[in-house]
Design a protein around this ligand. Structure first.
Ligand SMILES: [Zn+2]
Length: 266
């Protein structure tokens, strides 16, 4: 079921008002069903599409095919997917029809956003764990059928691209829910648009449960205002990819006036 917000009338990333496109807050190819009309210019859509595409056509490719997520390029969808099984000391590659295969996606967990955890300003994104999200056929059944002991999962974890995808979804969902605000107040626009490597401060994994999860959506999102330790108000979005698979969610600091001065000491 698609949910469509009211049209924005300007690019939420750069402010341009001409030549606007509709924005899927989470990628269509991930089953994203929330649309923010007239909210991205073509230039910004190209930028966001690049890092989203890197994840979707990279480490997510087999999982998307097995899970049956929508695709705009059905002829490019693999009919069979490959996975590796372990038997004793040996590893064997198996090719199966996508309807009857297991697929795995390694979802990185990041340290909580430093802005909310009170840690000193940091660079990059810091992976503190990996969650294995499983799609398609039950791996235990498949292992039994093949007489194997288990699976070997090898995947490049596209952490930077995924952090940008999460930041973008959080930012867009916040704007959809709360309206546009001065773009200079958003600490995540530089990482979304320019790939600035300061995501550790604004994007991270935090355990929580959202009300909407009782409806078992593929992904769950929420956005609202929170209080910083010093009493200042900031805007936070929660983005839980694969919530129905039990994944830990991400938090995104979307709006924090004065964020450029955030350099706390330990
Ligand atoms: Zn733009």
């Amino acid at each position: 079921m698609t949910h469509t917000f009211d049209p924005v009338g300007e690019c939420i990333y750069c402010g341009q008002t001409a030549d606007l496109t509709d924005e899927h807050i989470l990628p269509y190819a991930l089953g994203g069903r929330i649309v923010l009309p007239q909210s991205s210019c073509r230039r910004c859509a190209r930028i966001t599409g690049q890092f989203e595409g890197a994840v979707l056509r990279g480490s997510m490719r087999a999982a998307r095919a097995v899970a049956g997520y929508p695709t705009r390029r059905p002829r490019e969808r693999p009919a069979q997917v490959e996975f590796r099984v372990l038997s004793g000391d040996s590893v064997e590659s198996v090719l199966r029809d996508r309807d009857n295969a297991p697929a795995f996606f390694l979802l990185p967990m990041f340290e909580p956003p430093r802005y909310t955890s009170g840690q000193p300003y940091g660079r990059g994104v810091n992976i503190c764990g990996i969650e294995t999200i499983q799609f398609g056929a039950d791996p235990r059944v498949v292992a039994d059928e093949l007489g194997s002991d288990g699976f070997q999962i090898q995947q490049v974890v596209q952490a930077t691209e995924l952090a940008r995808l999460v930041a973008k979804a959080g930012y867009a969902f916040y704007v959809a829910s709360n309206g546009v605000f001065p773009r200079s107040e958003s600490p995540v626009l530089p990482m979304i648009l320019e790939g600035k490597d300061d995501g550790a401060n604004w994007v991270g994994s935090v355990p929580y449960t959202l009300n909407v999860e009782t409806q078992h959506p593929t992904h769950a999102m929420a956005a609202g205002q929170e209080l910083q330790n010093d009493g200042s108000v900031f805007g936070l979005a929660r983005v839980k990819l694969f919530s129905e698979c039990g994944a830990t969610g991400y938090e995104v600091v979307v709006r924090a006036p004065g964020w450029e001065d955030y350099v706390p000491t330990a």
